[in-house]
Design a protein around this ligand. Structure first.
Ligand SMILES: [Fe+2]
Length: 364
């Protein structure tokens, strides 16, 4: 009997080390050999990665929110930590079908909805990109063990570059991308400052050399604006080829197009750009969640009642003003305190070494 551990055999790594009866030959693909010897990444390696990502001279004055920069090998400690099969395994384990698949046809983004792992693979092979928004679920219990270091890396990055944290949906845009050699995501910009760490394979980036913010905001104000339409690259561009371990910083609103060179997996660590609306929306959301029952319903009276209707509206405005004052105080408090992140973004704890029990020699 021949036991072959193919890429679809999810339990295969657990197989190692267990005695198996009736097995004549076991063929273990190279991938599993790497997985079995995969070193656990520790907080020190993550800190070094962040340090290198921010190592370009005068990063905050020259590049932050202004222009892209590539740091070759910034994430060299992350090479070999995550590959195509990890992506597909995690996709199936953590998401419900249909899965999201993005490609570009005639200058417009098109979306497909593959239902199985095999369909995802063939859509990616045909030129699609499979994104997985891991920051949407990584604060929950169903965290893939593969993502623990990625979450800690994002936490370290937040502590190094963020001024304020507005909760996961308003501060975190972290995606894993599975792409094939024919892939293209279309020319677009994101509203996050994104540090892309190439984990596996290669991808080519074409990026405008600087952020043209006013131009982009004007595009968004146009009522015919659609984020699914390809943008045109304006002005000088730069081309970067990302190989495993490379990190590319692309600021929010910086236009770029990404195309595949081989099968690849990349991690986009996106920190959402924000404005005063985001801050107030976050505070209002917190109020609604924690204090809603402290605010009794407004007396709602129709216009036909005359004076009582006018008085009810005046009371509504008084209460709105009182709430705005409270929101202003809460805004001041949340802006003035030092950066506070959720416990889930804390640094990795050092692993406790197993202390081997010493066996006592039996007394004679
Ligand atoms: Fe993008």
């Amino acid at each position: 009997m021949i036991v072959s551990l193919g890429s679809d055999t999810q339990s295969a790594p657990c197989f190692a080390g267990r005695p198996v009866a009736n097995v004549v030959k076991i063929s273990i693909p190279e991938r599993f050999c790497t997985q079995m010897t995969r070193m656990k990444i520790d907080q020190r390696a993550l800190d070094v990665t962040v340090e290198k990502m921010l190592s370009p001279k005068d990063f905050f004055t020259e590049y932050w929110a202004k222009r892209p920069v590539l740091v070759t090998g910034a994430g060299s400690d992350c090479i070999g930590q995550y590959d195509i099969d990890d992506f597909l395994n995690d996709l199936i384990a953590t998401q419900a079908p249909p899965y999201l698949l993005i490609s570009v046809r005639d200058g417009r983004r098109v979306y497909a909805s593959p239902m199985t792992r095999e369909e995802v693979r063939s859509e990616v092979e045909a030129g699609g990109v499979a994104p997985m928004r891991i920051s949407r679920i990584w604060h929950e219990d169903r965290l893939s063990s593969n993502w623990i270091w990625m979450r800690a890396l994002f936490g370290s990055l937040c502590r190094a570059v963020s001024m304020i944290y507005l909760g996961p949906p308003r501060s975190e845009n972290v995606d894993l991308f599975l792409a094939g050699p024919k892939s293209h995501l279309g020319v677009h910009y994101d509203t996050s400052h994104t540090f892309t760490l190439q984990l596996f394979g290669e991808r080519k980036w074409l990026v405008e050399d600087t952020v043209r913010l006013e131009n982009k905001l004007a595009i968004e104000r146009d009522p015919n604006f659609s984020p699914n339409l390809d943008l045109k690259l304006v002005g000088p561009t730069r081309e970067f080829t990302l190989r495993p371990g490379d990190a590319l910083y692309v600021p929010a609103y910086c236009v770029h197009g990404v195309s595949g060179m081989s099968w690849s997996v990349s991690l986009g660590l996106g920190l959402r750009a924000f404005n005063e609306i985001d801050l107030l929306a976050r505070l209002l959301e917190t109020f609604e969640h924690a204090k809603y029952a402290e605010y009794p319903p407004i007396e709602s009276l129709p216009e036909s009642l005359g004076e009582p209707h006018v008085e009810a509206k005046a009371e509504l405005l008084r209460r709105v003003r009182a709430l705005l004052k409270q929101l202003e105080m809460a805004a001041a408090a949340s802006v003035l305190v030092p950066l506070r992140l959720p416990d889930t973004l804390a640094p990795l704890k050092p692993e406790r070494r197993k202390v081997q029990k010493r066996l006592r020699a039996p007394a004679n």
